[in-house]
Design a binder for this molecule. Structure first.
Ligand code: FAD
Length: 302
């Protein structure tokens, strides 16, 4: 069996695997898509100490670093079941069952899409999901935020300090965000809030140049000219496969303690799949390291 089996090959998983392997213990990593979300990212400017890099380049560097160690890498494999017996068993979609003394779950998350024409086409060309990451690219420009919940309104407040103007589009008849956030939002001079607004299409040629929405009250269609669209309708953790096993919060995020421990002894978790406050590359890598050190502590005590 493995001493540490990592499920997920994004920044959190790669970091966890390296930290575990450096303890000289038997380490494996299962990943559906090694690299994770950074494979879909173009420019990264907040991975501290690296002024600028591209997602695929960082993913390759992660893989090379992992391969420096004696780590059993099982790429293109998806875990579908976890069960604690004597050892912890992880079953893969291909039927194989892996056994390990400890497991680190780092299966990440995915942004919910609006699924309108233009979204896929203009990803990284004006369609963005992370204001902390891409906000500065829209300095002095007109942008929209789709979604009027807490994350949408937080993004709009954040972007209002950088962009020239921010339009918030909420599908329902009112914003869903906390009152204090709404008050803050409405106090800003360069923000317009549209409720009952159903986004119909994100338009552009090479890059985004606008957005078309339907006013759900009048049925009328409107077009706004802008250069960036931030989609903020939810970040979903990839934890469905853990249903009925360890403790998750109402968003489906795995609840972890300071050591990255979950509600199942010997099972740890790190990165975007957990209830961490923020989701960023540096944060995921840090929590991956924490979970690996937590797992090592567990192993020397059991
Ligand atoms: P992920 O990167 O999501 O990796 C999850 C891993 O688990 C993947 O390997 C996946 O294939 C695997 N997996 C999932 N389910 C299973 C399963 N059942 N079995 C096996 N493997 C599974 N952050 C920044 O700090 N700076 C940025 O500039 C930045 N830009 C971003 C731009 C975009 C477009 C996106 C989407 C995100 C961006 N982020 C950025 C956020 C950052 O990418 C994430 O916070 C980070 O990748 C999270 O790392 P993770 O390892 O927790 O999860």
């Amino acid at each position: 069996p493995f001493d540490v089996l990592v499920i997920g090959g994004g920044p959190a998983g790669a970091s966890a695997a390296i930290y575990a392997a450096r303890k000289g213990i038997r380490t494996g990593i299962v990943a559906e898509r090694f690299g994770g979300q950074i494979l879909d990212t173009l420019s990264i400017e907040n991975f501290i100490s690296v002024k600028e890099t591209q997602g695929p380049k960082l993913a390759q560097a992660l893989e090379e670093h992992v391969k420096e160690y004696d780590i059993d890498v099982m790429d293109l494999q998806r875990a579908k079941r976890l069960e604690k017996k004597d050892l912890i068993e992880v079953e893969l979609e291909n039927g194989a069952v892996l056994k390990s003394k400890s497991v680190i779950i780092s299966t990440g998350a995915r942004w919910r899409n609006v699924n309108v024409p233009g979204e896929e086409e203009f990803k990284n060309k004006g369609v963005a999901y992370c204001p902390h990451c891409d906000g500065p690219l829209y300095e002095g420009k007109d942008v929209a935020v789709i979604g009027g919940g807490n994350s949408g309104v937080e993004a709009a407040i954040d972007l209002a300090g950088i962009a020239k103007h921010v339009t918030v589009l909420e599908f329902a008849s009112e914003l869903k965000a906390d009152q204090v956030l709404q008050e803050r939002l409405y106090s800003l001079p360069n923000v317009t809030v549209l409720t009952n607004a159903a986004t119909k299409e994100i338009t552009g040629t090479d890059n985004v140049n606008g957005l078309t929405y339907t006013d759900r009250e009048t049925g009328e269609e409107h077009h706004i000219e802008l250069e960036g669209v931030f989609v903020q309708i939810g970040l979903v953790p990839n934890t469905e496969w853990l249903e009925g096993t360890l403790e998750r919060n109402k968003f489906g995020e795995i609840i972890v303690d300071k050591q990255g421990a979950t509600s199942i002894p010997g099972v740890f978790a790190a990165g975007d799949c957990t209830d961490s406050a923020y989701n960023q590359i540096v944060i995921s890598m840090g929590s991956g390291a924490t979970a690996a050190l937590g797992a090592f502590d567990y192993l020397i005590r059991n």
